[in-house]
Write a protein that binds this ligand. Structure first.
Ligand code: PGA
Length: 263
């Protein structure tokens, strides 16, 4: 696991956006795995800026989102499809038919889960997966105890996640307790993964991800087994890492090596 520790949330968004932009430049029809939540918002704004300035085009790229609430149609303002339209897709040149979010209103959700994994596979697999992380270490809606090799499936949200997300729902509004989420195995099949985390509320989850045991108790710890997983985190999210200074040292050495190879 590569650990990139940056000064603040702004630097995290810039770094994460650059990884995605470089991938699209190198492979214009790249398959992106995308995430919702507060953390990727600033990154999405940077992708929109890059498209507007002509630096990058998403015309040929394809995307698969991690998860969706079960029971919400895509035009529901709290659905993740709606979130993606509002915060990214409507502002870039990606073909609408090339964007995929699990169908929250599927007549047969179990079948829809299988079809989602099949579609990822027939599209060529995910080149670059973007992740956030929950305070409890979840990735997508893979809550603690999720199978480390699980595939896309229906999952029940923990009370902590429901509480974290309640801020998006009105007091009397239906808030789903179920979701469709890519499994940890599905996520791990991605060729490269970047996980972004900012703020001190994520510091324990980041510590468990990096320095804890590989365990279903912290689903993000599965990334320890990935060949190309990069954590891009700010100082606040890195605050509980025991070996923080060593990770920074490794990154400085990596940068030096890359510079020397360029010369
Ligand atoms: P957040 O959510 O970015 O809103 O903190 C991350 C997550 O729950 O995966």
């Amino acid at each position: 696991m590569q650990i990139v520790i940056l000064e603040n949330a702004e630097a995290v968004a810039t770094h994460g956006a650059n990884v995605i932009i470089q991938k699209i430049k190198q492979k214009p029809d790249a398959v992106l795995g995308l995430a919702t939540g507060s953390t990727p918002l600033a990154l999405y704004r940077k992708l929109i800026e890059a498209k507007r300035s002509g630096d990058v085009s998403f015309l040929r790229s394809r995307s698969f989102n991690l998860d969706e609430y079960l029971g919400l149609p895509g035009d529901h303002p709290q659905s993740y499809r709606y979130f993606m339209q509002e915060n990214l897709f409507n502002h870039i040149d990606i073909e609408p038919g090339n964007t995929h979010v699990p169908p929250g209103n599927a007549a047969n959700p179990l079948k829809a889960c299988e079809e989602y994994d099949e579609l990822i596979e027939t599209t060529g697999g995910i080149d670059l997966q973007l992740l956030g992380i929950g305070r409890n270490g979840h990735i997508g809606f893979n809550e603690p105890s999720s199978g480390l090799t699980s595939r896309t499936r229906v999952k029940t949200l923990t009370p902590a996640t429901i509480e974290d997300n309640a801020r998006f729902f009105g007091a009397d509004e239906f808030q789903p307790h179920l979701s469709i989420t890519m499994g940890i195995g599905t996520i791990m099949d991605s060729r490269k993964i970047i996980l972004l985390a900012t703020g001190d509320s994520k510091a324990d989850a980041i510590r468990a991800t990096v320095e804890g045991p590989l365990s279903a108790s912290c689903p993000a710890s599965a990334l320890q087994m990935h060949k190309k997983a990069v954590l891009i985190i700010d100082e606040a999210a890195a605050a509980h890492l025991e070996h923080k200074e060593f990770y920074k040292h490794i990154e400085r050495e990596n940068q030096k090596l890359l510079q020397s190879l360029k010369q």
